[in-house]
Design a protein around this ligand. Sequence first.
Ligand SMILES: [Zn+2]
Length: 290
Amino acid sequence: MKKVLAFDIGGTKIAYAIIDESGNFINEIIKVTTPKTSNGIYELLKTVIKGSEDEIDGVAIATAGAINNENNKIISHVGNLPEKYNELDFTSLTSKPIFLENDANAAGWAEFKLGSAKGTQNAVVLTLGTGVGSGIIVNGKLLKGKSGSAGEMHVRFGFGHNRKCTCGLWDCLETYVSGNALTTDAQIYMSPDATSYDVIRGLKENNQKAQAAFDHWQECLENALVMVCNLFDPEVVVLSGSMAQFVEYDKLQKEVNQDILTQPTELKLAKFENNAGMLGVALLLLERLK
Ligand SMILES: [Zn+2]
């Protein structure tokens, strides 16, 4: 059975493990702090790859950014990763086959192949973390678009100038349904220095203001879900990321299905949490190696 070394490169941590064709993690997942420079990241990857090159059939990397799958180049901004990270020549890291994919796309693929969207042909996996990402499966294939950027959730959700997004636009969907968005709601409904953590804590204590902040956040999520369901007509929408555990699934699924123009859809919590990116990109490479 073939196996690959898979990485998930994030702004704060880099995780890696060896994964086989069945999606099994062969060894324990190792996590290290992301080096401060792009050179440091390159050297770290090179060292780790060298250490296991004899036992693997390829290297798979889940990362921020839009990926050109033909040459493994990153062709967009990369969030909170160091300067010039998107200029790295990943192909030169190893003589083995190497494959990169956007982390949200990879997470979507993992849920589609082995997780909460398994058995479907059309699925949207929304990652609700600090920001918002998505992996979209249409007719059994990962939706990439002409430049690998399909599924970027930087779409305007309102036309005022209320919430500035990390991408530079105002009132992006991300500014209403991410973890940071819940902090914004906390500051509006609770107090100027409240955070998303105060909302979550407040919910457990039946705090009315925390409930109002959460209800606003979840109502925005409902509207976002109606949008993606009408656009992609998925059998299932899977929510992942740090915020996904707080969503009221039954309530939201009912409300979304009342508002969409398409046939009813299902709303589910992701099966794989932080490891979905690594698993998904590993499976994508392993399919190419077959
Ligand atoms: Zn944006």
